[in-house]
Write a protein that binds this ligand. Structure first.
Ligand SMILES: [Zn+2]
Length: 199
């Protein structure tokens, strides 16, 4: 075991908790911070504290925002007749990067995963239906990752949404099977959006 001075061990330990960061990368990041100026290191620490203090969920779509209602929901130029349902705020960002989608979003906050105890009540599904009761769009576009859980979530939503007489489509699987929207390049995602099919 490497023996770090205690504050350094603490920083390495914190970096190791980050996704995709192993002990070696954690060490590299910690030593990078050590070499930074006091000012740069403080800016990093403050950015982390600020994001936790100021960012919350949009009360309409559950995207991350520093306002009560996010910029997308507040934008009257967006097409309220088109609602894209995504699992994660990162998927929303992926869709936005394409520049093709001009509708609104609903972020579920995950996908159904019964084995992990994630059922409809753990996601923003009830909020989605409440929202649809107030304002029914002409089309709901499901944009779930092509994974087992993503497909199951899309099927669940499609069944319930169609029962309400809503038109439901799913983006085409130009997105590689088992892949994630988040890692799909904008051009592929545009194709997937344009090739969306009825559910
Ligand atoms: Zn919003």
């Amino acid at each position: 075991m490497v023996q770090y001075a205690r504050p350094l061990a603490r920083l390495v330990g914190e970096f190791e908790k980050l996704p995709g960061i192993g002990p070696k990368s954690a060490q590299r990041l910690a030593f990078f911070v050590l070499r930074q100026s006091e000012e740069e290191a403080r800016a990093l620490a403050e950015a982390i504290v600020e994001v936790k203090a100021r960012i919350g969920y949009c009360r309409v779509c559950f995207n991350f925002t520093d306002r009560e209602v996010c910029e997308i929901c507040a934008d009257s130029r967006r097409d309220a007749g088109l609602l894209c349902v995504v699992a994660d705020p990162r998927d929303l960002i992926a869709m936005e990067k394409t520049g093709e989608f001009r509708g609104l979003y609903h972020v579920l906050g995950g996908v159904l995963a019964p084995m992990e105890g994630i059922g409809p009540d753990q996601l923003k599904i009830r909020d989605l239906f409440a929202r649809l009761r107030e304002n029914a769009p002409r089309e709901i576009v499901l944009a779930m990752d092509p994974t087992v859980e993503g497909d199951a979530t899309a099927m669940y939503l499609a069944t319930h949404l169609k029962n309400l007489g809503l038109r439901v489509t799913h983006i085409a699987h130009g997105v590689p099977v088992g892949g994630s929207l988040d890692y799909t390049d904008p051009a592929t995602l545009i194709q997937a959006f344009e090739g969306r099919r009825e559910m």
